[in-house]
Write a protein that binds this ligand. Sequence first.
Ligand code: DLL
Length: 431
Amino acid sequence: MFNPTMEAMSRDERRALQSERLKQVVRREYDNVAVYRARMDAKGIKPEDVRGVEDLKFLPFTEKTDLRDQYPYGLLAAPLSEIVRIQGSSGTTGKPIVSGYTQGDIDVWTELMARTLSAAGAGPNDIVQVAYGYGLFTGGLGAHQGASRIGATVIPMSSGNTHRQIMMIKDLGTTILCCTPSYALYLGESIREAGLTPKDLKLRAGCFGAEPWTEGMRTRIEELMDIDALDIYGLTEICGPGVSFECLEKKGMHVNEDHIIPEIIDPATEQPLPPGAAGELVFTTITKQGMPMLRYRTHDICKLDDSPCACGRTLIRMGRITGRTDDMLIIRGVNVFPSQIESVLVGLEGVAPHYLLVVDRVNSQDVLEVQVEMTEDMFSDTVGNIQSLGARIHDRIRSIVGVSAKVKLVPPRSIPRSEGKAKRVIDNRKL
Ligand code: DLL
């Protein structure tokens, strides 16, 4: 355990700590963030009314749309001069979701990732290869910071370039791998195709997350590389990876409850549900200074499990994410909303506002095909013009949404019309 005091403290002690911290964060939000003040005023709640965790249920929710509406700095609870980092992920439209971190926030995030890696058995003698993307995405820097904190040797590979990833794993003796589970599967298969076996490598464990995966995928990844494959979870709005992590028991992800309070709510009634019931995950950050979140609705569906874990941690566990309450897709680790693709297509000459996203998994990697209807005029245009329109759409999707999609221009009226809600997505991945 990286921090046994915090990870294994009694539940009563932790609850008292959470209550203290919750009161402070509510005060901070009320005093510094106009939107929170207005929402609490509208509900008739003053910061002093919040006496502890038991009052959490009275606080207003925060939604991704709040981050969009307050983009980029409207939800900051600290002056910009104290913000030392911006991280981000895709939003529902062309603009990303961004979050500002103070140095204190970075320090906490770093500790949470140190806990995550320690739970995978990593320590100063390990060589951690970070194959999550570096940049606005929190995966690369988050894993990097945590690995540095435990004194491990970090190889900051970033994502992609499988040939070089394998060369580094082999030549540098990588022991811990950090990447998305679909990439881990692909790497594992590529390692075997390169004629290598686990005996040729020193890999021991992997911290995989940023997208949904299954027990079946875990088994396959573990077989291919002879490692312990662990699930890790997080989101930019809260702190990136480090929100929760699996220990070697592999019975769900321990939530870092001394910094983040999880709730499960019924997405329809918005009422809290007891441990064991499936519903929407909601998080409140209780130590964040830059951009704290009160009751942030993740739209991820899972269950909480408060039964004891054999590892000795008393942190509650969350099960695998089994779905979403909205239409967000995750393609090669990138969050994609159909509305973003739509925002790329509207206003483009030559295309009609009818599109379909078809997602598949080919050789363990996600493939996104965007089918777009051409207008009648475009349909009768030259092959060259149609091809260049396809290339333009491809480039715009890549620069705005951040994923490379195969664009297929289809004849007018060929995409099935629906009488109710349009069906925009066909997801053929078995997740
Ligand atoms: O994906 C942070 C992260 C990086 C987590 C590296 C783990 C490892 P975002 O880009 O903001 O942040 O996407 C957050 O990804 O709401 C979930 O829907 C999904 N997600 C993240 N981890 C998991 C997981 C990062 N282990 C969104 N299982 C979240 C299933 C996950 N879904």
